[in-house]
Design a protein around this ligand. Sequence first.
Ligand SMILES: Nc1ncnc2c1ncn2[C@@H]1O[C@H](COP(=O)(O)OP(=O)(O)O)[C@@H](O)[C@H]1O
Ligand SMILES: [Mg+2]
Length: 350
Amino acid sequence: MKKVRVGLIFGGKSAEHAVSLNSAAAIYQHLDKERYEPFLIYINRAGEWCLTDHTHFKEEEYKKEKFRSFLPWSTEWAGTLDADIYFPILHGPNGEDGRIQGLFELAGKPFVGAGSFSSQLAMDKVVAKMLFAQAGLKQAPFLYFTENNHEYIGELVDKKLSFPVFIKPCSLGSSVGIRKAMDKKGLLAAADIAFGYDNKIIIEKAIDMRELEISVMGNDKIMLSSPGELMPSHEFYDYADKYLDGNTQFRIPVSLDDEVEALVKKTAQKAYRTLFLNGFARVDLFLVKKSNEVLINEVNTIPGFTTISMFPKLWQLQGITFGQLLDRLIEYGFDYSAQRKENVDEGLGD
Ligand SMILES: Nc1ncnc2c1ncn2[C@@H]1O[C@H](COP(=O)(O)OP(=O)(O)O)[C@@H](O)[C@H]1O
Ligand SMILES: [Mg+2]
């Protein structure tokens, strides 16, 4: 049988560059080499691409490679980047946000994970929250702003939310630019920070909650794992806790009342459908401590994918190994591509 040529794309112009290297290393290691012929496309922090044979997955080492523009009309690439299917394992902006997915769609090439439109919906916290509200999903009360007008922000937050609040750039990830504010002064300082990263920010009421995550995958038919829980070592799951000096504890899986677990699954499934997702995602939720209500927080379309990451670990508990998970995701990618309707004319031409 002819092997499937898989173009693994990793690194990327994002704060999660280093995580992507680790995710890619794990995926490369677990791809069944009898079935697949993986090849590596590394993107550096400047957004330049290189084709590499090196499987060390170390940023320092990749710096020695020759980088080029990825533009399809750059003839230097001729033939070399061609894959049967692409596997972008890029977290955050410029990877998880639909841009690269749009490139594959434009080229008519199969790829693993959510399509470009759904990826964009999931990445924009404001749009995702509006859709979740429309779908009747519960979430933290929020406001959004497209202008850093202190007077207006202060007034509206006073009127509509109560402190403490969370202030976030709209489309980032990794908790970059996110602050918790206890009062108006903190709020306005945090707004300045968030506007430094994005021209749209979201402000949410802080919820006293437990943080749950659940893995979902599939196209028309979807599968859900059992939920896991994370317990940040900082005041919230901030950038430092995620990547620098954090000591986050995980419960994989977490034992919850049957009713709560059923609600978590129902909420996650609805969130996945609401964003018209395909492929796979990790859905993050809040379990409100006082009321046991389940709130949707966000959907990550390319979650951390290292051997110790929540997403693959939750599947392992369902009896799906890392390698089998990759087989499924690749199959979903081919199926999704086969189902995509091309925009053709009505057949009246000839
Ligand atoms: N409304 C909220 N109430 C309490 N904690 C929150 C709230 N929003 C975010 N957090 C905390 O901040 C972290 C990062 O926020 P999140 O919206 O998940 O951003 P990112 O996309 O960067 O991961 C969450 O994991 C959680 O610990
Ligand atoms: Mg998050």
